[in-house]
Every structure is written in structure tokens, then in C-alpha cells.
Ligand binder design. Sequence first.
Ligand code: AMP
Length: 665
Amino acid sequence: MTYKELVAVYKKLESTTKRLEKTYYVAQLLKNSTDKEIPVLMLLLQGIIFPAWEDKKIGVAARLVLKAINVATGIDTKKIEKEWKDTGDLGKVAENLVAKKKQATLFSRELSIEKVYNNLKALADLTGTGTVDKKVKLIAELLTSAKPNEAKYIIRTVLEDLRVGAGEGVLRDAIVSAYFPSIYGVSDYCINCNKIMPATDKCIECANKLDGKFSASYIEKFERYIESYNNNLKSSKDKIKLLKIKTIDELKHEVLNNYDVILCEDEKQSREAYNFLVASLQEAIDISNDFADAALLAKNKGLSGLSNVKLEALSPIKVMLYQKAADIFDAFEQVSRPAALEFKYDGFRLQLHRFGDKIKLFTRRLEDVTEQFPDVVKVVKDNIKSKNYILDSEVIGYDTKTKKFLPFQHISQRIRRKYDIKELTEKVPVIINLFDAVLVDERNLIKLPFAERRAILKKITNEVPYKIQLAEQIITADNKEAEEFYKKALELGNEGVMAKNLEAPYKPGSRVGYGVKIKPTMENLDLVIVAAEWGEGKRSRWLSSFTVACRDDDTGELLELGKVSTGLKEKAEEGVSFEEMTKLLEPLFEQETDEGLSKATKSLKEVRIKPQIIIEVGYEEIQKSPTYTSGYALRFPRVLRLRADKPVDEISSVLQVEDLFYGQK
Ligand code: AMP
């Protein structure tokens, strides 16, 4: 596939904020792609080269891109820099300058998606001397062959800032729409352009009004239309194949790939059928953790292929997530009585995998942190009586002298540390609190009730104090007993308690409410830093104020919520220090804006930052605000801690902010 074809889709994605339209454009592209192209497309559509959990980054700074534009166009670096200052967007700069480029385009040839992907992937693998020149060459090579608008998207992808808004939700829906039959009622047929469309008021392609309303008379008309359409065809291979169902169950027994359209009994059932297909795909994605794998299964093996995705130790799966309950009573309402109550340890989540003699540890972002935790590997190896498992746990640091739990901050150093690991292991020892079992002895436990999974976990674990234990748990239906357990949990330095439905399955990747968390405070928000300002006076070497953003769940867009400047410490021992934060953010600078210049004589006060560093933010209140793109602002926000364990797509959503806003009134 040519890169040009993908760029055409990027442009369409950019032209709309409507999720249905985005889904339609991506689905059209997927329909026309080969098995070999799908894995590359899945990444490029999201503007990434590596999945979030792979510990790899393109790692190219804006300066290097400037140089690459210079090499590819022959245009003076100073001029490029000026244009960058004027537009504030290197993608646009590349577009403009490639359009004007002076050099003869002797080497120019049509770019394929594979060529773009391979060159960008190679950027991450380069290390050692001469790396910079080689990187410049890889990017310049692409720019030399690129048409102006292709150059824009190449540069935005290099800088990990594509901004076209094909989030995971859009990709998932597009796979369903591309590889499963359309469901009448959720989709509609545009008689004018002969295409199946999402059932909205007008056709996305020709803007023709769609009849769309699900009614008996319309179905009749629709069937008649298909019949006459088919009758007029010369070859039977082009016929529209219709499947009529009376129950959702029938879908499970059909080879869906044989059909083009599914007709249900009524509109409600159409929705259910569609949701069933989406959920089946989502389940496969959560287990395989790979959009391309899931797309290929849907395309080539249909529903049965999706349900056969195998759970395998050593390959990470998405973790189950929990909803929030206001208090113990609300928790029981949500998970039913009796429920399991457990301590909510304030550490970080670790997925433990073993296959034969190999053990691997993954964070909740599914990053492999096995190297960082040799102590955990040993304890697990010695005390879990199985050689094949995936277990879920919360690991927490403790102080060797006082035996008290350590704040999350201490242990978060261990997640990031790549050197002196042994020393840090001794300084910050950890306790593994096991709370779930997903796979044991090659048996997939996902669908077993929680109580049974916990029993299996107990059977295979040899508990050792201060090393490995099952999460402290009681089973009760009684409010008072539950309240006492909650009080005890807090007194012992835990964050709160979890309440879990005893009958519920393990749902990877979902916040389904099979378990809920109960914590005392107003819920903190996990926000990503998108800009920062240099401090003044004795803090002038440090970044001291941070613009934070939440996420629009539908589009993946980041929406600003305000600036945080309290909570950071002068000294590292007291928590996250200004110095530590500055060091974390410096490699992520995008470009320095001139905002500061116009305000005062001080230049380049604010820097935009690639959204990668997530912080937990506490606050007093949420207010409506026209100043920030989310429409909300935080009163008295403060930085509580770094959330190195969370991926950007799991930060707080604007809907959550909205809920909290209305909840506080
Ligand atoms: P939150 O991060 O606020 O959404 O709370 C859920 C997190 O609490 C999980 O992802 C775990 O990392 C952590 N946690 C601590 N103790 C437990 C437990 N007993 N069961 C489940 N999760 C726990």
C-alpha cells in the first residue's frame, strides 16, 4: 500500500470529530488491505511505531528533525528554524519546505507504508557512534521521496505527535465494521452510492439522506432492494448475502464471513448484536494485546477465531480494572453480598508470568520489568508451586527498620532503575501481595468465579512473611464488619479496600465493576504533563509549573485542566523533587514557545512537552473554566506522585472530571 493512501485517510480523520465517520474511514482502508499490511497499518494509524508496552521509543528530538529537513530540502537551517518559530509545528514546516524544495528530486519514488514504517523503526534501533547522522539520513531519505502532505505526517509520526485521533476505540470498531457483516439498523445502505454506511441521518460519502429508521416496512423494502440488486447481477460472487437472525445466540453458530448483512428482529436486537461483535473483538484484543493479531483473526477466522485466542504465559495481557465506590454500602450495592473485601495496598501492580524455567514480570502498562526485580523473580520462583502461570499482584515497598509500608514514590524508583539494581533491591525491599490468578498449569481461569480463582491461588502459594502473601481478605455481607475491616486497612497504612464480586470472571482490560475500590479522599486525578514553565529566582534552573491534561475517551485528544505548581519538593528524599521532574521532562521538550517573550523580557519561559509523564494530582475542587480546553479547572491543585506505571491512554478522562464536578455539588 502506498503511504499516499494512508495519508488520504489521515486527512479524512482530521476533517471530522465524529467517531462514526472516523470509524468508517478506517474501516474502508482496512477492507482494502492485505494480511501483510494490517500490522503496519494498525500502528501507523495510531501514530506509533511500537505498541505502548514495548520498551522502545523512536527517540528523535526536534533538532534532529530540523537537520533532516535541511538535508532533504537543501534549505538553510536558519530559515527552517524561523519557519518553525512562526508556525510552531515542525510537521507543517516540513510540508511547506518540501513543497518549495530546491534539490532535484532525482531519488524521489513513491513511498510505501512499509518503507515509512521500516525507516522509523530503524531509528529506535540505532545506538553508538555516528547515530545522529544515520538517524538524519533515515528521516531525510523519507522526506526526499515524500509529497508535501506526506512529509507533514512523517514528521508528526517521528515526533510521536500525529494528532489524527484514531484511538483504540475507533480502531476496534473499524475492525468490526471491516471484517464482520454489517448489521442493519446499526448500518444502513445508501442506495445512491451503493455502499453500506453507519446509520446516521446522511450518507458519509454522498451526503444523501438515509432512510435509516428500523421498521418492518423498511426492512421489507430493504430486502426487496437486495433481491432486485442480486437478480440484476451477472456473477453470483458479487451478490449481497443476507443473514436473518432471531436470537443473538445464532451469531455464535454462523460463519459470519459468509455474509454481508445481518438482519435482526428489531432495532434493540441490532444494537445487541453489534455490541456482541465489538465485545468479542475486545476480548481477543485484551488477551492477545495486539490489534493486528485480533484484526487478522477476525478477518480470516471470524468469531470462532476470536474466541480461541490463547492465553499464554510470558506474553502480557491487559489487567482487570476496578470502578470506584463512594463507601462500603455503595460497594456492596455494586458487587452484591456477600463480597470479598481486601486491603488496597498502595504499591504498584505487577503481573507475574512463568513458563517452564522462565519468569517475566510486567507492569500494568505491560512493560517488562523483570530485570528491575530480581528479588521478586527469586521469591516467586521459590514459593509458587507451579511452572506455568499468570498471576496478578500488588507489590509494595517497606522500611526494613520500622517494617512500615513505604510511600509509592520509593518503589517507583525501582520500576525505572536500569543500573545498581542490586543495591536498590536491598534499600527498598518489597512484599508481593497476590490477589488474582488468570492462568495456572496451562488452565485458563478467566471465566472461573473469583472465589475459585482465589482458592487456586492459595493452593499454589507458599506464603512467607514480608516476602509473598495473599492479599489480606475477609468475606462478608455485613456493613459493620466491612467498615471495621476498612478502618483497619487504613490504620495499617493502606490506601483503602477493594470489594470484589465472588462470582465474577476476570475481565482483562475492562473496568466492569466486578470489583470496586473504596478510598477516603476526593478522587485524585491522573493527568499527563503537556507543558511546563521555568521557575524564577533560586528555582530558575528547574521547571516549576506544569500544565496538565486529561483525555477525551472518544478521540484520545488531550484536554488541558490547568497548571500545577505545588507539591514538588526541594530535596529528593521528601518526594518528587523539582530536579527529578526537570530531568524527566527535558528529553521530552517539543519546542519552546514565545509566549513568555510577549509577556515580559524573559524569553522562552514555557515549553511544550510530549505527553508521556503522568502525575497524580490532588485538589480541593473542580470548577468550570473557559480558560482550559477541557472546560474545567482544578482549585488548589498539587502534585502527589509520579505514575510511572500508567500509560497515557489510562489517565483520567474528561467524563470522569465532569462526573466529579457534578458529584461535588
Ligand atoms: P486505582 O489505581 O486507583 O484504579 O486502583 C486499582 C489498583 O489498586 C489496582 O490496579 C492495583 O494496582 C491496586 N491494588 C492494591 N491492592 C489490590 C487488591 N487487593 N486487589 C486489586 N487491586 C489492588
